[in-house]
Design a protein around this ligand. Structure first.
Ligand code: FAD
Length: 429
């Protein structure tokens, strides 16, 4: 067992965990960051990997490379079987235990299949680099199979940002496969949601924009219809109908990582840990929860901040600040979120964003610029060369899609220029 004297255990090396560890390391506080992967994964670009527009290695950065300049951070690549908040400890799957002066749960989320029969077995979630790579390989496999009618048809479940962005990217991919003569008939993309609008969190203008852009890209949008079951070759709908498809992408909702559920306190909504305004877990001194693993009070009417990259990054950093205050014997401060707005990129030349205090709606290049600014900031915690990302992103947004989407296995890369030794170990097991 490692010592506890002023060592912070951070469970999870996503946006929240990395921001927390980095801030603590800047003040030379010893940190042990534990993640089951040896790399950080940038979720907002997973659909680009799934649709063959970016290689998986471009959205995964090894934790050791991120913390190369920070000797105070020890990275442990291991599955955490249990978090024991009362003891500020972590039990690893190999039986090792770690304990610290503080523990920060930044374990993120996993898909919520809502108990729908066959969904966990047959649908493709999009939460990790491995998920995205599995979906890409599955589609490439279908592309190689003989031209059976409908073999490439895809159903995307969920009309939130993940479902909309994925449906847009896949519709674009099918268009390119069609234009370049790789398929006799491109797959049909159908997005299904039981609600009555796409991008439910956005304004009605954005709902219409998303539906129009998806339809223009060749996708079909079916609202007011829920999924009753997922079979290997079809989706059954709750109105008694069905859609034949060998590929079902799950963008239907999320639950906190299972480790959050057994950490000690009764889990709150979405299986997440309820935290106080200062991000501490009530009744568990020295324990914090941040990012997608936490219900973080927004201060208005009992609401909580949404599961967004900027909330994760800011809450991770804020928890670090409160730990630093604690180490100096100062009182913790309530989390103050700087709202960066909400946005979705629906494909080349199509983006929608709601920004500013009143969530003013913008579309097209202006929305894309807002998307780029926020994503650059998110990436800056993990990469020093964010200019490479900006170049890639403008190129993606602007250029003729056939020129940049590779139907083969060599999509255009972000010029990270990383050392070969920094390559993540992406396993699909
Ligand atoms: C497809 C998709 C697209 C998105 N697009 C956007 C977007 O455009 N803009 C935006 O702001 N937000 C977006 N989000 C949301 C955003 O990515 C998340 O809110 C954010 O990444 C959460 O960060 P986190 O650090 O809390 O969790 P994560 O980034 O999920 O990190 C959690 C880490 O914990 C590790 N972990 C979990 N359990 C264990 C365990 N038991 N043992 C060891 N390690 C463990 C995981 O491996 C992971 O590295 C998107 C999310 C998804 C899924």
């Amino acid at each position: 067992m490692t010592g506890t004297a002023d060592r912070v255990l951070v469970l999870g090396g996503g946006l929240a965990g990395v921001a927390c560890a980095r801030r603590l390391a800047e003040e030379d506080v010893a940190v042990t960051l534990v993640d089951r992967n040896d790399y950080h994964q940038f979720q907002p670009l997973l659909y680009q990997v799934a649709s063959s527009q970016l290689p998986a290695v471009d959205v995964a950065r090894p934790h050791r490379a991120i913390f190369r300049e920070h000797d105070a951070v020890e990275v442990v690549t291991a599955d955490v079987a249990e978090a024991r908040l009362a003891e500020r400890g972590l039990v690893l799957a190999d039986g090792r235990t770690l304990s610290g002066s503080h523990v920060v749960v930044a374990a993120g989320a996993r898909p919520n299949f809502f108990g729908i029969p066959g969904a966990a077995e047959h649908a493709f979630p999009l939460y990790s680099v491995a998920d995205a790579e599995r979906l890409r390989l599955h589609l490439q496999d279908l592309l190689r199979s003989p031209d059976e009618p409908g073999a490439l048809d895809v159903v995307v479940v969920g009309g939130g940002p993940t479902g909309v962005e994925t449906a847009g990217a896949l519709a674009e991919l099918m268009g390119v496969w069609d234009e370049t003569g790789r398929v006799v008939r491109p797959g049909r993309i159908t997005l299904v949601d039981r609600g009555d609008a796409l991008l439910g969190e956005f304004s009605p203008k954005a709902h219409e924009y998303a539906a129009r852009k998806l339809t223009e890209a060749g996708a079909e949008v079916r609202l007011g219809t829920g999924v009753a079951a997922v079979r290997p070759d079809r989706v059954e709908l709750d109105d008694g109908g069905g859609i034949p498809a060998r590929t079902v992408v799950w963008g239907g909702g999320e639950l906190a990582s299972s480790v959050a559920r057994s950490a000690g306190p009764s889990p709150g909504r979405g299986g997440r840990l309820d935290v106080r305004a200062d991000l501490g877990v009530d009744g568990y001194p020295g324990a914090y929860a941040v990012g997608d693993a936490a219900n973080i009070p927004s201060g208005s009417g009992g609401g909580t901040w949404p599961q967004l990259g900027s909330v994760a990054q800011q809450s991770g950093k804020w928890a670090a600040e409160n730990i630093l205050r604690d180490l100096k014997g100062e009182p913790a401060r309530p989390f103050r979120y700087k709202d960066k707005g909400i946005m979705a990129m629906i494909g080349r030349n199509a983006a929608v964003a709601e920004v500013g205090k009143r969530h003013h709606q913008v579309e097209g290049p202006v929305a894309f610029a807002a998307w780029l600014g926020v994503h650059m900031m998110l990436m800056s915690g993990v990469h020093s060369k964010t200019d490479a990302f900006v170049t890639w992103a403008w190129d993606y947004f602007d250029r003729d899609r056939t020129a940049t989407i590779e139907a083969s296995s060599a999509p255009q890369r972000i010029a990270w220029g990383d050392d070969e030794a920094d390559r993540p170990h992406i396993s699909l097991d």
